[in-house]
Design a protein around this ligand. Structure first.
Ligand SMILES: *[C@@H]1O[C@H](CO)[C@@H](O)[C@H](O)[C@H]1NC(C)=O
Ligand SMILES: *[C@@H]1O[C@H](CO)[C@@H](O)[C@H](O)[C@H]1NC(C)=O
Ligand SMILES: *[C@@H]1O[C@H](CO)[C@@H](O)[C@H](O)[C@H]1NC(C)=O
Ligand SMILES: *[C@@H]1O[C@H](CO)[C@@H](O)[C@H](O)[C@H]1NC(C)=O
Length: 322
């Protein structure tokens, strides 16, 4: 019998798959280790802890039921009551969890619950019960860290970028960081950012000119109403009311140019939020009130390395990344 070097095709496919999984897991582990080091861990500890996390996630993935086995709704539909969940998955303290998630809707133990992943819940509960609490804690923290990487500083972005390049051979986003900062700041502190923009770019008289034009258009519209014969008087009255209701949104609202009023808007928003939701616990070891953190959060997030503030940059002068 002669020996052959030919490998059957399915074997080759399998080898490629294994190579890909190995490459993925290596890149993923490196990513977590680097994050751990950036967060202040030593290389060695980070390596040990992150390896545990990757192994845990591998086990978790193994008990996840593939989508193609979940197509038959009737087969996976299990209607139970909230109190039955603790028999199904005792590792989770269900009632406090559900109460929190559904607040302010009140629930009791007879609340009907439809479980679409019975076996998964059972297995995940066993996994939680048999896994070292310290590892579970690290796993959950790293989940949060990974989610928040995009709002952490450039070193974190670079680490994520390297991981994504290995994984997908592409960059995650071509949007320069300064644009993300401007858009985040805009959605949170829009009026304040608007004021900076107006100061920087608006010609003094352009708002007045545009407002004058809008007033003219409104006047012309109302004049023309007098002469249209095809509208009855009720319709004309409605049309006039509509014209009167045109809300002037030219340029910017006047108050944003007055720092006192602008401060009041944000301060009131925060104070009202506290009134409604109650004071939050302060973060330990920071030595700052939540009020201070509320403002520092945005400032820090959007500070350029040189200490220059994003709002002071012109919107159009550069496409460079921060
Ligand atoms: C995956 O699960 C099967 C049983 O469902 C088990 O035999 C196997 O060892 C598990 N593999 C890993 C890597 O955990
Ligand atoms: C649970 O809540 C439902 C609906 O809110 C109610 O009909 C039922 O009597 C409650 N059961 C118990 C045991 O309190
Ligand atoms: C869990 O892991 C930590 C850290 O690796 C270790 O110190 C501890 O002894 C472990 N606990 C158990 C019950 O194995
Ligand atoms: C800004 O608003 C405050 C409070 O309404 C007012 O007292 C002050 O005169 C305004 N400043 C300017 C420059 O208009």
């Amino acid at each position: 019998m002669t020996h052959t070097n030919l490998v059957p095709l399915y074997c080759l496919h399998f080898t490629i798959l294994l190579m890909w999984i190995f490459q993925y897991l290596t890149a993923y582990l490196n990513f977590l280790v680097e994050l751990g080091v950036l967060l202040g861990g030593s290389e060695e500890t980070s390596q040990t802890l992150m390896k545990e996390i990757v192994d845990f996630e591998t086990t978790l993935a193994n008990i996840t039921v593939p989508q193609e086995e979940r197509r038959d709704e009737e087969l996976i539909y299990h209607k139970v009551e909230a109190k039955d969940l603790k028999d199904l998955a005792p590792a989770v303290d269900w009632m406090p969890y559900l109460t929190e998630v559904f607040a302010p809707v009140t629930l009791n133990e007879s609340e009907p619950v439809v479980v679409y992943a019975k076996e998964y819940l059972q297995k995940v509960s066993e996994l939680i019960a048999n896994t070292n609490k310290s590892l579970l804690n690290n796993y959950m923290i790293m989940k949060v860290v990974r989610k928040m990487v995009s709002v952490l500083d450039q070193r974190f972005q670079d680490v994520e970028q390297r991981f994504l390049e290995v994984m997908y051979g592409t960059k995650k986003s071509c949007t320069p960081r300064w644009k993300l900062c401007v858009s985040d700041t805009d959605s949170a502190l829009g009026f304040a950012l608007g004021a900076l923009f107006v100061k920087d770019t608006f010609a003094e008289d352009s708002k007045a000119t545009a407002e004058e034009m809008v007033a003219e258009i409104k006047r012309a519209f109302e004049d023309s109403l007098k002469d249209v014969s095809w509208m009855d008087s009720d319709t004309k009255k409605a049309a006039k009311e509509k014209a009167d209701a045109i809300y002037n949104m030219v340029g910017y609202p006047e108050f944003i140019m007055n720092a006192t009023k602008l401060d009041k808007v944000f301060n009131d928003a925060y104070v009202n939020w506290i009134k409604k939701n109650g004071e939050e616990a302060t973060l330990p070891a920071l030595g700052m009130t939540n009020h201070q953190l509320f403002f520092v959060g945005f400032a820090q997030h959007c500070l350029l390395p040189s200490g220059e503030v994003v709002g002071e940059r012109k919107y159009h002068d550069t496409d460079k990344d921060l």
